[in-house]
Design a protein around this ligand. Structure first.
Ligand code: FAD
Ligand code: MLT
Ligand code: ZN
Length: 517
């Protein structure tokens, strides 16, 4: 079987920008579509939640912001324009902000926050609004501060690969920019066409290449942020090594807009790989997914750049909801292996040899290999568009957990048994190479019965196996009350103390990340 597939192996050095953009645009379109649907107000869905004791925006405030941000379309009060910014990508949360501000510079952000701090106006920082935990949209009427117009590249050093840019640069645009200099961004995710680098840092986004390049805590060399009182915090170092005291920038990575607004970042970009190959394989059980992973690490070692999996129910989302074609025959589980290296013939030989061994041993039942850019992009789109495909079912209950690999898929099986036919489907996919499972449940619309079956069961389950209730999406609005399932009381106490130091009035992204008392 694999010999036939091997014949169709087409040599190609890298993915096409055009085809990559196609995937990005699809994400963009689905974002705009989702924003038009009327979603229940968060304050209505969670009636027990009380608005903090913040001021309300007045006409006088609006006039002041118009002076701070002169020019067209920078101070938005039009309800139809606000609708998209009030609603999250996954259509789970909707706020009722009446003011959206679009600064262009760090000084603009500083001036805005000085006013908000003085007036006691709560704010929500917003990047591309692709976050999946309700962190990027207001809960009540917080002022939305968007980084949309903060999209300038400050510098790029083509020897060191260090990129310095504003927080509102779109990840995909940055990747296109650095790739012209033979570099690549150290992270890659399905939302690359919309998400901003500032949002990526604020969520400590993982994505499909974390396996290769590690987390943003390693790739970010410096950042600049504006604190709640408008003070500019300059940690914008571009040094690879700097051990002078505490590494303050790290606390902003993954802080989800609760400690400051990130305005600039210095990022170490890896060299763009010369040769990229992709294998898409079918296997008969989840234990085979793990066995193949073990073998992949051993055989492909330094050229391995992604190891993803999806179950057959996830494949149905791609084929039925998105009308994509399964590139192999039907199997219970699928594996996507990407290699990235500097020598195409060496890498292909290695990959082909490995796959032949896998086929001969019976671990892999079917597979296809792509080295040609359009085929690579097509296969990646099957994996990257799952989040979009799930929205076609109606409402999506999205979970993103870290688990030890030996217990990894049992959660999906247990959840299926638990929700039974109350859900449209329960799917499992994700960054298995990083121990990160995406478990998603769908139903035609939001259903409290389904929700009560899922939570807190899922968090208890994860906690029992010493996993994390959020591997990469963050806690945002939806998961903050479950933080103790993954963090000790003492750790949360330190977090709360830090919050008080950085934002004593609590105006930055309230109701997010940290639990209520
Ligand atoms: P937003 O959604 O706008 O904001 C996210 C959070 O960051 C909010 O709390 C917000 O207040 C805060 N924030 C935004 N900008 C700033 C700033 N400048 N300063 C301070 N705080 C700020 N995530 C992954 O980790 N891995 C994936 O593989 C992945 N794939 C995805 C695929 C799809 C199709 C979609 C829709 C989402 C995916 N995500 C993934 C989730 C999301 O894209 C990431 O969390 C992303 O990093 C968010 O960036 P953003 O600019 O859209 O931020
Ligand atoms: C992904 O890996 O596809 C993203 O994290 C989005 C999701 O969880 O659906
Ligand atoms: Zn993910």
């Amino acid at each position: 079987m694999f010999n036939t597939v091997s014949k169709s192996l087409i040599r190609e050095t890298r993915r096409s920008k055009i085809a990559r953009k196609f995937v990005c645009n699809l994400v963009d379109r689905s974002f705009h579509r989702s924003s038009k649907t009327c979603v229940e107000l968060t304050s209505v869905r969670y009636p027990d939640l009380k608005r903090g004791n913040y001021a309300t925006v007045t006409d006088k405030d609006v006039a002041l912001f118009e002076r701070i941000l002169p020019g067209a379309a920078r101070v938005i009060t039009d309800p139809s324009e606000l609708e998209g910014a009030n609603t999250d990508w996954i259509k789970n949360c909707r706020g009722a902000s009446q003011l959206l501000l679009k600064p262009k510079t760090t000084e603009d952000v500083s001036a805005i926050l000085k006013v908000c701090h003085e007036r006691n106006l709560a704010v929500v920082p917003q990047g591309g609004n692709t976050g999946l935990v309700g962190g990027s949209v207001p809960v009540f009427d917080e002022v939305i501060i968007s980084t949309q117009q903060m999209n300038q590249i400050t510098s790029f050093d083509s020897l060191s690969g260090i990129l310095v840019c504003q927080a509102g640069c779109i990840l995909g645009n940055l990747d296109n920019y650095v790739s012209e200099h033979n570099y690549t961004m150290p992270l890659d995710l399905g939302a690359k066409g919309s998400c901003h680098i500032g949002g990526n840092l604020a969520t400590n986004a993982g994505g499909v290449r974390l396996l290769r390049y590690g987390s943003l805590h390693g790739s970010v060399l410096g950042l600049e942020a504006v604190l709640a009182n408008g003070e500019v915090l300059d940690c914008l170092s571009s040094l690879r090594k700097d051990n002078t005291g505490y590494d303050v920038k790290q606390i902003f990575i993954g802080s989800e807009g609760t400690l400051g607004i990130i305005t600039k970042a210095a990022i170490l970009c890896p060299q763009k790989p010369e040769a990229v190959n992709l294998a898409f394989l079918g296997v008969e059980s989840f234990s085979k997914v793990l066995e193949v992973f073990r073998a992949t690490k051993r055989s492909l070692a330094e050229i391995l750049s992604a190891y993803e999996f999806m179950d057959t129910e996830t494949m149905k989302v791609a084929t039925d909801n998105l009308k994509l074609n399964n590139p192999v025959s039907d199997h219970p589980y699928y594996i996507l292996i990407e290699t990235s290296g500097s020598n195409s013939s060496h890498d292909e030989e290695k990959l082909n040899q490995f796959l032949e061994t896998m086929m001969e041993s019976g671990l892999v039942l079917d597979g296809t290999v792509a080295a040609e850019k359009t085929k690579i992009d097509y296969i990646w789109s099957i994996r990257e568009r799952i989040a979009e495909g799930l929205l076609h079912d109606g409402y999506c209950y999205k979970y993103d957990v870290s688990l030890p690999l030996e217990n990894f898929y049992d959660l999906v099986t247990d959840m299926r048994t638990r929700v039974g036919d109350k859900a449209t489907r329960v799917v499992g996919y994700g960054h298995v190479g990083d121990g990160n499972l995406h478990l998603n449940v769908t139903s035609p619309q939001y259903d409290t019965d389904v929700m009560n079956l899922i939570e807190p069961f899922i968090y208890d389950w994860v906690s029992q196996y010493k996993g994390s209730i959020s591997a990469e999406h963050g806690l945002g609005f939806k998961k903050r009350q479950f933080i103790y399932h993954s963090k000790s009381r003492s750790a949360v106490k330190v977090m709360k103390n830090m919050k008080t130091i950085f934002d004593p009035k609590g105006i930055l992204n309230p109701y997010k990340t940290l639990p209520d008392e």
